[in-house]
Write a protein that binds this ligand. Structure first.
Ligand code: ADP
Ligand code: MG
Length: 243
């Protein structure tokens, strides 16, 4: 196995509030890791530290064996390696679906427009949005917007995909279509780090579950270990509240 991301002793504070405390965490190629935990436990901050949307205060973020905190040449290029999907989609509302999926490829990866469009269409087909290339985000449902956002992330051909509560802003009837796409990607061998409250989905698709509480990784194991045989009281209490 090869390690994609390996975080060592990571810490992050906002003012006097220590949001991440001595986090150690790694992800292998092809692994699907789901991070669970209460609101405010530091899950988003952890994802954001991975792709340097936040700057950690201490520790290491090793990407393919190099600490990006000390060996960073081009942060925009680095971010393309970790495709991010957000709760609020973050689509460019003044661009159509195809442009949403080609802009980053053209601007950051310097692909030609033609090549970028070919790649974008391939991934829009995979997420079931190939018929909507000319639509504007405002014309789409939440589930469709999120599928476009996933196609946009995939179009950069990232090494890993990071999902921060991708279904939390959706109407309940649209959650399934997004989870289905994510499941398909997981089964195709994508490396994925997912923050979600969808516990059944997490159990089904994840190789590992990481439980965070108050800035600490309390438990890290297989879905069976964490869901069925949690070792820590804090995990048990969280699961009892959740299920
Ligand atoms: P989660 O995603 O698990 O809900 P977050 O990582 O968003 O948790 O937040 C963890 C804690 O850090 C929360 O208490 C939140 O209020 C705080 N926090 C997050 N981002 C900022 C910020 N930019 N400035 C100040 N506090 C922040
Ligand atoms: Mg969050």
């Amino acid at each position: 196995m090869s390690t994609v991301i390996d975080i060592k002793n990571l810490s992050k504070s906002f003012g006097s509030h220590e949001v991440l405390k001595d986090i150690n965490f790694s992800v292998e190629k092809g692994e699907v890791v789901t991070v669970i935990g209460s609101s405010g436990s530091g899950k988003s901050t952890l994802l954001r530290c991975l792709n340097l949307l936040e700057t950690p205060d201490g520790g290491e973020v090793n990407y393919e064996g190099q600490n990006v905190l000390t060996h960073m040449e081009d942060v925009n290029e680095y971010r393309t390696k970790l495709g991010m999907v957000f709760q609020q989609f973050n689509l460019f509302n003044n661009c159509n679906v195809l442009q949403n999926c080609t802009l980053g490829q053209i601007k950051v990866l310097k692909r030609s427009k033609q090549q970028a469009e070919e790649i974008a269409k391939e991934y829009l087909d995979i997420v079931g949005m190939g018929r909507y290339i000319n639509a504007r985000p405002a014309q789409l449902s939440g589930g469709q917007k999120q599928r476009v956002a996933i196609a946009r992330a995939l179009s950069m051909k990232p090494t890993a995909l990071l999902f921060d509560e991708p279904t939390s802003a959706l109407d309940p009837e649209m959650v399934g279509e997004v989870l289905k796409v994510m499941k398909k990607l997981a089964e195709a061998g994508s490396t994925m780090i997912i923050v979600t409250h969808e516990m059944e989905f997490a159990r089904e698709v994840s190789d590992r579950i990481v439980f965070m509480d108050q800035g600490v990784i309390v438990e890290d194991g297989t879905p069976d270990e964490v869901f069925n045989h949690p070792k820590h009281e804090r995990t048990k209490a969280f699961l009892q509240r959740t299920f």
